[in-house]
Design a protein around this ligand. Structure first.
Ligand code: FAD
Ligand code: SIN
Length: 523
């Protein structure tokens, strides 16, 4: 088995991974391992933009306020302060490096999204912010001589020695061979898990691998029950749920129910721009009430030329589906979009396992509370990607005595069985652990998932078996945490516990072979 050594390993090449790798490269050698092409990630598909209090009439204090209001009592104060203050610095740093956000007459054009009290969303290429940001940072990363990238290389195990993480085992899809990569620090930047739901805005990479790897190694996971459903994803039977950015509502688009009535004005003073959890749940209620699988998004009253320029990616994609977004009613429904909880870290991205760090969507730093404020996640990637890599650099070099764990096979004949299982689990999660949950259905889901887990071989020897085990375990973690949280808050709504409860102003922590912990938020 090939064995390599670097100072820092970064797992994942989305914005968090790229930011972490760039900053880590100032301190030593870096390996980026990505199971996809380097530019396939949630980050690449980001549309709306990146939140930053850069306007004169805005301030980090206002951004802080909007973030904690959206987070509904579960945000960690210090983490949010870092996000909004350092976030602004990270954006300015990127601009200094050459990143170009959209400007008009020399000034940045700032978008508006749900829950923001000011226009503060920087965007690039209109609605192609993720593509512009990741391609820009990828180029910067590729210019660093001490960063080596491995595409199509999935990390399959974290190496542990004397309670520390000493590196990773990975499988290279091109050669089919396993490899060991050792380092004094490993940074998980593997993104979210919304692809474990059948209706999702996420690309195929978002299967929560980092969660499963960290859990297996003994890391603490926080608040796994909070899944953010994006309100406006195109609804077409048997087609993927293509995201129609919240920024479209920021420019004035309306939500209409199946009868063509605008309903958000009665629900919240910000109407269509209420925080995301409220909008998604209100849409769900309208769909239930009128027995319709979707509602509509309408832009008919807006300036068509402005829409076509500002949202050219969305406009062109909808054209492919036969819709003109400036004049047609667009069928939309919520879709799983973002994992709010994740691997529990401190403010420097450090987990409870020495040598193991996490940043970006896979991490739970405390900034998102129970519901993420729109466009705060790209910002989180930049802020905590840098913090994690700088903390990682402080670690002393290791001399691992690692003996290689057995290599996994990657037999293509197992692929079909895996895909069948994956689709079955995704349907189950969408049906029973979706926007609205209840205790009975969660218990049923846990029983079904446990039964599926028992059907897998006791010893995993193949990559497809590993993936199957990982997705079942992650879905169990979400469902168990959702069952424990007997209240409705942010991205977790229980029809049997419909109100927010002061007793649940706490994080639910899960760790392998341990009872769950309930940790109150810091005052
Ligand atoms: P990702 O960008 O998902 O990157 C994860 C990386 O890890 C990928 O390269 C993947 O291949 C790799 N990986 C996963 N598992 C393994 C493994 N086992 N081994 C090796 N590599 C692995 N947020 C905003 O702030 N603003 C927006 O406008 C916005 N729009 C969005 C639009 C869409 C359609 C989506 C899906 C999300 C959007 N979000 C937005 C959310 C935001 O894009 C993500 O939360 C953020 O980009 C996550 O970045 P990340 O680097 O943590 O993960
Ligand atoms: C969007 O453009 O609506 C997505 C923004 C986000 O997820 O933060």
């Amino acid at each position: 088995m090939q064995v390599l050594n670097f100072d820092t390993i970064v797992i994942g090449s989305g914005l968090a991974g790229l930011a972490a790798a760039y900053h880590a490269s100032k301190h030593g050698t870096v390996a980026i391992l990505s199971k996809s092409q380097l530019d396939t990630s949630n980050s690449y598909y980001a549309q709306g933009g990146i939140a930053g209090a850069i306007a004169e009439e805005d301030s980090p204090e206002l951004h802080y306020h909007d973030t904690v209001v959206a987070g509904r009592g579960l945000c960690e104060k210090e983490a949010v302060q870092l996000l909004v203050n350092e976030g602004r610095d990270r954006i300015l740093e990127l601009i200094e490096l050459g990143m170009q956000f959209d400007k008009k007459d020399g000034d940045y054009v700032l978008g508006l999204e749900g829950g923001h009290s000011k226009r503060r969303i920087l965007h690039a290429g209109g609605d192609a912010t993720g593509k512009a940001l990741t391609c820009f940072l990828l180029q910067v990363v590729q210019e660093q001589p001490n960063i080596t990238s491995f595409e199509y290389t999935a990390v399959t195990r974290l190496l542990m020695e004397d309670g520390q993480c000493t590196g990773v085992q990975a499988i290279d899809f091109i050669t089919g061979k396993s490899m060991l990569v050792t380092a004094k620090a490993s940074i998980l930047a593997t993104g979210g898990l919304s692809r474990l739901f059948s209706r999702t805005t996420n690309p195929h990479t978002a299967t929560g691998d980092g969660i499963a790897l960290a859990y297996e190694a003994g890391a603490e996971l926080a608040d796994m029950e909070f899944i953010q459903f994006h309100p406006s994803a195109l609804y077409l039977k048997d087609k993927d749920a293509f995201l129609i950015s919240e920024a479209v509502r920021g420019e004035g688009a309306w939500l209409l129910n199946a009868n063509g009535e605008r309903f958000m004005k009665e629900v919240h003073p910000l109407a269509e721009l209420a925080p995301r959890d409220i909008v998604a749940f209100s849409i769900y209620r309208q769909m239930q009430k009128l027995k319709s699988p979707h509602i509509y998004l309408s832009l008919k009253h807006l300036n068509p030329e402005k829409i076509k320029t500002r949202f050219s990616t969305i406009y062109n994609k909808l054209k492919e589906y036969g819709y003109d977004m400036t004049s047609d009613l667009l069928p939309i429904a919520p879709a799983a979009h973002y994992m709010v909880g994740g691997i529990r870290t401190d403010l420097n991205g450090e987990t409870n396992i020495p040598g193991l760090f996490a940043c970006g969507e896979v991490a739970s730093t405390g900034v998102m509370g129970s519901n993420r404020l729109a466009s705060n996640s790209l910002l989180e990637c930049l802020v905590f990607g840098k913090r994690a890599s700088e903390q990682a650099a402080k670690r002393k070099p290791l001399s691992p005595k690692q003996t290689a764990p057995a290599a996994l096979s990657n037999d293509p004949r197992n692929e079909e069985a895996f895909l069948l299982l994956k689709n079955k689990v995704a349907d189950l999660m969408s049906e029973k652990v979706g926007i609205v949950r209840n205790g009975k259905q969660l218990e049923e889901t846990i029983i079904q998932l446990e039964a599926l887990l028992k059907q897998l071989p006791a010893e995993i020897t193949d990559y497809n078996e590993l993936k199957a085990k990982q997705i079942i375990q992650i879905c169990l973690l979400i469902s168990r945490s959702a069952l424990l949280r007997e209240e409705s808050r942010g991205g977790h709504i229980r029809e049997d516990f419909q109100h927010e409860s002061p007793d649940f102003r706490l994080h639910i922590i899960q760790q392998k072979n341990k009872e769950p912990l309930f940790i109150p938020i810091q005052k």
